[in-house]
Design a protein around this ligand. Structure first.
Ligand SMILES: [Zn+2]
Length: 170
C-alpha cells in the first residue's frame, strides 16, 4: 500500500484532453481527476465526478493486483464514474509500462484502450439522451422539472459532454 503515499495532495484540475499525465499507478490516475480527496481507511474518499450533489461519496482504494477500486455510495455505476472522470476504463487496470513497449505495441495498446472507452461512452449515450428528451417533452407540456429531475438532467448533460470528450480524444 506504500504506493499510495505519493498520491497528489490536491486536485490539479482535471484536464481531460491531456493523455500524457496518466500515472502507471491506477489509484493516482483517479486521484488526479477527483476533488475533495480525504484519506479513509485503506483508501480515499472524494467527490464523485458524475455531477450529483452529494459530496464525498466516491470510495477509492487499491485492489490486491494494483487496480483502482471505485465505489460510489450514491449508486453511480462504474461506467458513469469512469466517464465522469474523463478516463479510459483500462487505466483502472493498467500496469503495463509503455516505456518497455515497442512503438507498434504502444500503438496497439492505445487503440485497444481507446476503442473500449468509445464503447463505454456509446453505451451510455442512449439513456442520457432519452432523459434530455423526456425533460424536453415535459417542459413542452408545461410540466415543470422538480429538484430531482433537474439534478438528473444536469447529470445527463455532464455525462454527454464527457462522452463527447472521450469520443473526440486524439
Ligand atoms: Zn456518484
Amino acid at each position: 500500500m506504500n504506493r499510495n503515499d505519493n498520491a497528489p495532495a490536491a486536485n490539479q484540475g482535471a484536464n481531460h484532453n491531456n493523455q500524457r499525465n496518466y500515472s502507471l499507478n491506477p489509484v493516482n490516475t483517479v486521484l488526479e481527476r477527483v476533488e475533495n480527496i480525504r484519506v479513509s481507511g485503506n483508501g480515499y474518499r472524494a467527490n464523485c465526478p458524475t455531477g450529483h450533489r452529494s459530496r464525498s461519496t466516491l470510495m477509492i482504494s487499491e485492489g490486491d493486483d494494483g487496480r483502482a477500486l471505485l465505489w460510489c455510495h450514491a449508486g453511480c455505476t462504474l461506467d458513469e464514474i469512469v466517464i465522469g472522470l474523463g478516463l479510459l476504463k483500462q487505466y483502472l487496470f493498467a500496469r503495463q509500462d509503455p516505456v518497455n513497449m515497442t512503438p507498434q505495441q504502444r500503438r496497439e495498446y492505445r487503440d485497444k484502450v481507446r476503442q473500449s472507452a468509445w464503447k463505454t461512452a456509446l453505451e451510455l449515450l442512449p439513456l442520457e439522451i432519452l432523459i434530455v428528451q423526456i425533460a424536453s417533452v415535459n417542459l413542452l407540456r408545461g410540466k415543470p422539472l422538480n429538484e430531482a429531475d433537474h439534478l438528473r438532467l444536469e447529470r445527463a448533460a455532464k455525462l454527454i459532454t464527457n462522452a463527447k470528450v472521450v469520443l473526440c480524444e486524439r
